[in-house]
Ligand binder design. Structure first.
Ligand SMILES: Nc1ncnc2c1ncn2[C@@H]1O[C@H](COP(=O)(O)OP(=O)(O)OP(=O)(O)O)[C@@H](O)[C@H]1O
Ligand SMILES: [Mg+2]
Length: 344
């Protein structure tokens, strides 16, 4: 079902991404694949469908919950979960690793002490067969441990030819700065990667998405509602799915659905700015209220704060908002985030 709010797992439910899926199939032998795109654009759905089709065992590491100063305990617990989820497909390889214990349907592994296994060693073992290792929200790996993890990946790039790594992220600038492909100090500097950027649907395709979803659900919807929905939610599949799902379940008030979406976006924005401080709140509100140049945003913040803000501080704020894929060229990438920012 197109309006099922969970990430999709089959091509039949994945609308309008045949080109992207085919590109992944063509490039599956690249050592590193990067899938970038703003929140709700369908990265996880694309990955799920691809992995289901490609017939190569995979380990998916869901890094969304990783805290910013994570340690090996946090990383290994995500690693163990990823391996456990793939246990049935990788059982022969995992059984052959003496430092890994399989307890029922779960994998246990240690990062320290007797029987510890390092990340590069784990990759060397996985390399005994063709395997894909995917990192979802990989930019969360930034932090004190990032160098060790990048070193392990660089090692695998050089020696473990059977492993394809997939890195995905919704904070696109942070994802690329974590990988450091252009940074001579990064272990991955200059490595070959295949890069795929997921874009929103253009207007006609967004309307087609809604029409097809409503048809599938057997609900008749007037054309002007579909037009309105695309005005509000743009071509962002996650919002269109939320809208379609709500409407089909009987909530036919587009204004209320929009409010619900804004509430979700507001929570997300709050958690992002809470780590970064008050000036980010003001800057986001400024951009949302139309401060669409350097000078206007500077003036906006200075008026609110009653003081001068230095160019370097303002530069950092603008760059961070771009790296987080919230703002580009003083404009919000997601119209719902723009509305939410006014309520910050
Ligand atoms: N091409 C698509 N066809 C149908 N539904 C889609 C498509 N892309 C995304 N969706 C739906 O949109 C929502 C968001 O998708 P998904 O979780 O895959 O995106 P994401 O980019 O991984 O988001 P996030 O950045 O929040 O992790 C889900 O409800 C999913 O079912
Ligand atoms: Mg995702």
């Amino acid at each position: 079902m197109l309006f099922n709010p969970r990430p999709k797992t089959s091509r039949a439910d994945l609308f309008g991404r045949d080109r992207e899926l085919n590109l992944l199939h063509e490039n599956v032998d690249s050592p590193i694949i990067i899938i970038a795109g703003i929140r709700r654009i369908g990265k996880t759905s694309l990955l799920n469908v691809f992995l289901n089709e490609v017939g190569i065992p995979s380990v998916v590491l869901d890094l969304r919950g990783l805290k910013s100063n994570y340690g090996f305990r946090d990383f290994y617990s995500i690693l163990a979960k990823g391996l456990s989820n793939s246990l049935n497909k990788l059982i022969d390889v995992l059984r052959g690793i003496s430092s890994i214990r399989i307890v029922g349907v779960e994998v246990e592994l240690k990062w320290r002490g007797r029987d510890a296994i390092s990340v590069p060693t784990l990759f060397d073992y996985l390399n005994r067969r063709r395997v894909i290792v995917a990192f979802d929200e990989a930019q969360r790996l930034r932090g004190p441990r990032s160098l060790e993890i990048l070193d392990a990946i660089a090692h695998a790039y050089d020696y473990d030819k059977n492993i394809t790594f997939i890195f995905m992220g919704s904070e696109v600038g942070l994802l690329y700065s974590f990988l450091g492909l252009d940074n001579p100090k990064s272990p991955l500097y200059g490595r070959y990667t295949f890069r795929l950027t997921l874009d929103r649907f253009p207007r006609d395709l967004a309307m087609e998405f809604l029409k097809r979803g409503f048809k599938e659900a057997g609900v008749n919807v007037p054309m002007d509602i579909i037009e309105d929905a695309v005005d509000v939610f743009d071509g962002i599949p996650g919002w269109l799915t939320l809208f379609g799902n709500e409407y089909v379940r009987g909530n036919k008030d587009i204004g209320r659905i929009k409010e619900e979406a804004i509430r979700i976006a507001l929570e997300e924005l709050r958690s992002i700015v809470s780590e970064r401080g008050r000036r980010y709140v003001i800057a986001l509100r400024g951009v949302a209220e139309g401060a669409n140049t350097w000078g206007r945003l500077k003036a906006y913040i200075e008026e609110r704060e009653g003081g001068v803000i230095s160019s370097s501080v303002l530069h950092n704020i603008v760059k961070s908002l771009e790296d987080l894929s919230i703002v580009k060229d003083y404009k919000f990438l997601d119209p719902i985030y723009e509305e939410a920012a006014k309520l910050l």
